[in-house]
Design a protein around this ligand. Structure first.
Ligand SMILES: Nc1nc2c(ncn2[C@@H]2O[C@@H]3COP(=O)(O)O[C@H]4[C@@H](O)[C@H](n5cnc6c(=O)[nH]c(N)nc65)O[C@@H]4COP(=O)(O)O[C@H]3[C@H]2O)c(=O)[nH]1
Length: 738
């Protein structure tokens, strides 16, 4: 008996040395035997204290039910359950994975009276497995574009599963690089996260604020005493947070993206953290954040214009369609406004593209400031913007008032690169449902109305009118008529005389195109010249004008009249023709006209469009001996230095300045400056549109040499000019080299 007792004692000593769990349970699943390993992990000092207790007395009901179900099945079937994985949760909340085998215990009569169990610790292996599958799952989430908060949360859950008692948190550095924003923290109290959200980073801002600022990990084992946490102890204390290890999340190009922090409630953090796990976690977090930011950037680029930050054309169509659906439902209006900057190309060419870009940014900001936030402004492309206005503001009187403010805001002076100038815009508006039912039609009609604003002198806005579209149709018919007219001699030239203001002598003629339409009668140049320019027909018309002017000079030469300077207008498109110089040379030669008796009138904007090409071409024409004038001078953006580089011979002061010159001091000042500028550059100056003696007197007083206008003679036929030529031979132009 004694030997048996000694034997039992000896047996217990042996089984208590074994690190595996060894246990026996009766038919009611109550412990009848357990070794020390089982008791220790359950926080029970003496293994005998386990005897008679069931899993329900020790574990959570969920775990207890699972263990019991397995054991009852072994007893019922009489078959052992070998090497299966399960886990226990210790009283401190940590998890232990085990590989268990449970065998039925039979008496000599073969009756099963309990189970014998053995379980081996496989936590390390299991964690590695879980870590690998967890990481693979997170990479899959990143690859399939799951939302960032979801990915970060899964990442932290994986960490919390790996590191017992750790509460994870990820904070993201905001765009300014100054503040940390909440990313994910599945186990931290919400109130704590709310406090941290938006914290400014710095030298001593807890663990995360400091880690983000320095770019280095910050390990704080005692929050209450560490100086980095001094301002935040009161924040951590109510939540029982005692330690925190924060590691900066760094991008591939070494920028701080945020922080990954591990907190503990009770005890230091340094003993639970594993550096390899931390390194893997911040790497995965960096991939997730960078991928999300790259996607956001791509989306932004796809939907917005990079220069102004405004939504782009693609976005407009999408948003406008949606607005129209809402407007249809709510029976409200939507206005589409096309806004185009006037003469933007000239701005770009005169001041450079960098200034052009700034102008676009300023214009977009100015419009945005005037437009209430809930209405849309998009950059349609180039110098075109589209405003979409809905609700009460889309009603005509409100809209008029709003567009007036947009117009004024855009036109306010701009001070850029040491220059001050005004930019204006032309706008056109179409309104749903009156002017169109779809986004496409509304845009098209707003564009048509904008085009009308341009035609009517720019710096204004127009509402779409059906007649405008009909006008476009009429334009097409007129264009066709013009083609026919050019071939069937419906065009002819009139000549307007130019005079020396002092001597009153004839000094030159300006050839002006005229069209006698078989049905419509005289069509004014203001109608057909812009149409010819837009359509490209101006090339053929310009060739014809040059040819006809040369023929006329030739006729007068043959009749023995003294040679007179003949000026012809050259449009922008005509000037861009690569064969222009060759054509002019040939035409003059064919008709025996001296180039020195010919003048080209070009516009200021033409010089601004492409200054290098203009200098090259003008130099060639000038080298032939032709004279070169700038027409409508004063309306463009020419600067003194730019003008110097062009080989010009005269400036024609724009009619609008002469119109007011006798009375308006502003116009007088401009006229005087142009005359001075001409003198400074050694150019002859002629005033156009002189209608009154008062204007003539003012010009004489200001030192203007030449004039042209109804006061001296309207454009007239060649026969009338002959009478002038017969009366007095033309004088040489003063101030121009031949
Ligand atoms: N109010 C007023 N107007 C005066 C006076 N004196 C002359 N005019 C008008 O002023 C315009 C002068 O021509 P522009 O500035 O070159 O302006 C021209 C020019 O830009 C263009 N144009 C005319 N013929 C041609 C041409 O053959 N080729 C090209 N490219 N353009 C042409 O059409 C524009 C208009 O031509 P027009 O209607 O003939 O109008 C002419 C002329 O009739 C005046 O005292 N008061």
């Amino acid at each position: 008996m004694q030997s048996l007792a000694g034997h039992t004692e000896w047996l217990r000593l042996v089984v208590d040395q074994v690190s595996d769990y060894l246990f026996i349970k009766d038919r009611d699943c109550r412990f009848v035997f357990a070794n020390r390993s089982v008791a220790e992990d359950l926080g029970i000092k003496n293994a005998v204290d386990l005897l008679g207790r069931s899993d329900a007395d020790i574990h959570s009901p969920q775990l207890a039910r699972k263990y019991e179900a397995d054991e009852r099945e072994v007893m019922r079937s009489g078959e052992p359950k070998i090497d299966f994985e399960e886990f226990i949760i210790r009283p401190d909340g940590t998890r232990k994975w085990v590989s268990s085998s449970k065998f039925p215990l039979r008496g000599e009569n073969g009756v099963v009276y309990g189970i014998f169990g053995i379980s081996r610790d496989i936590t390390a292996r299991k964690r590695t497995e879980l870590l690998m599958t967890g990481q693979a799952r997170i990479l899959e989430m990143i690859a399939t574009g799951r939302p960032l908060p979801e990915v970060l949360e899964a990442l932290l859950c994986m960490i919390e599963e790996q590191l017992d008692g750790v509460l994870g948190s990820i904070l993201l550095l905001d765009e300014s690089g100054k503040r940390l924003l909440h990313g994910a923290a599945p186990s931290l109290p919400k109130a704590y996260c709310d406090h941290i959200h938006g914290v400014e980073i710095g030298q001593a801002v807890g663990s995360c604020g400091t880690a983000a600022f320095t770019g280095q990990p910050v390990i704080v084992d005692d929050i209450m005493t560490n100086p980095l946490w001094a301002p935040y102890t009161a924040l951590a204390e109510p939540f029982g947070l005692t330690s925190c290890w924060s590691t900066p999340i760094i991008s591939h190009d070494k920028k701080v993206l945020g922080t990954f922090a591990m907190y503990r409630q009770g005890g230091p953090i340094a003993d639970v953290a594993e550096s390899k796990l931390i390194a893997d976690t911040v790497r995965l977090a960096a991939i997730a954040i960078e991928r999300t930011r790259a996607e956001e950037r791509i989306r932004f680029l796809a939907e917005n214009d990079t220069l102004t930050g405004l939504p782009n054309r693609r976005e407009l169509e999408h948003q406008l369609e949606q607005l129209l659906v809402d407007a249809e439902k709510n029976k409200t209006g939507v206005a589409v406004v096309f806004c185009d900057i006037d003469r933007f190309k000239s701005v770009n060419d005169s001041f450079g593209h960098a200034i052009g870009d700034l102008v676009l940014q300023i214009v977009s900001e100015r419009i945005r400031e005037v437009l209430p936030d809930d209405h849309i402004l998009i950059r349609f492309g180039g110098d075109e913007f589209v405003l979409v206005i809905s609700g009460g503001l889309a009603e005509k009187t409100n809209l008029q008032e709003l567009l007036g403010r947009v117009r004024a805001a855009v036109a306010a002076p701009m001070h850029l690169a040491g220059q001050t100038f005004r930019i204006t815009c032309s706008m056109g508006t179409s309104v749903y449902p009156e002017d169109g039912a779809t986004a496409e039609v509304l845009l098209q009609h707003a564009d048509t109305a904008m085009y009308q604003s341009k035609k009517s002198g720019r710096d204004t806005f127009q509402f779409y009118d059906r007649m405008m579209s009909e006008g476009s149709l009429m334009d097409l018919t007129l264009l066709e008529d013009m083609r026919v007219g050019l071939e069937s001699n419906q065009f002819f030239l009139e000549y307007q005389p130019q005079f020396d203001l002092q001597s009153g002598q004839l000094i030159g003629l300006e050839a002006l195109a005229r069209w006698n339409h078989p049905k419509k009668g005289r069509v004014p140049p203001s109608r057909f010249i812009p149409l010819a320019e837009e359509s490209g027909l101006i090339g053929a018309l310009g060739d014809w004008v040059l040819e006809e002017a040369c023929r006329q000079v030739q006729r007068w030469n043959e009749k023995g009249y003294d040679p007179i300077l003949m000026a012809v207008n050259v449009s922008q498109r005509q000037f861009s023709d690569v064969n222009l110089v060759k054509k002019v040379k040939e035409t003059l030669q064919v008709h025996g006209v001296k180039p020195s008796a010919f003048e080209f009138e070009i516009t200021e904007s033409l010089l601004a469009e492409s200054p290098q090409m203009a200098v090259a071409k003008l130099s060639e024409l000038r080298a032939m001996g032709m004279k070169l004038a700038i027409d409508d001078f004063g309306t463009g953006y020419s600067s003194l230095s730019a003008l110097r580089s062009f080989p010009l011979t005269r400036l024609k002061i724009d009619r609008t300045f002469i119109e007011n010159a006798a009375s308006d001091p502003g116009s007088q000042g401009i006229v005087r400056s142009i005359i001075l500028l001409g003198r400074e550059l050694g150019l002859n100056v002629i005033a156009e549109g002189v209608e009154t003696n008062a204007q003539k007197e003012f010009l004489l007083r200001s030192g203007c040499v030449c004039g042209q206008g109804y006061l001296f003679g309207a454009p007239m036929g060649a026969d009338e000019i002959v009478k002038l030529l017969a009366r007095s031979p033309p004088a040489q132009l003063r101030g121009i080299a031949s």
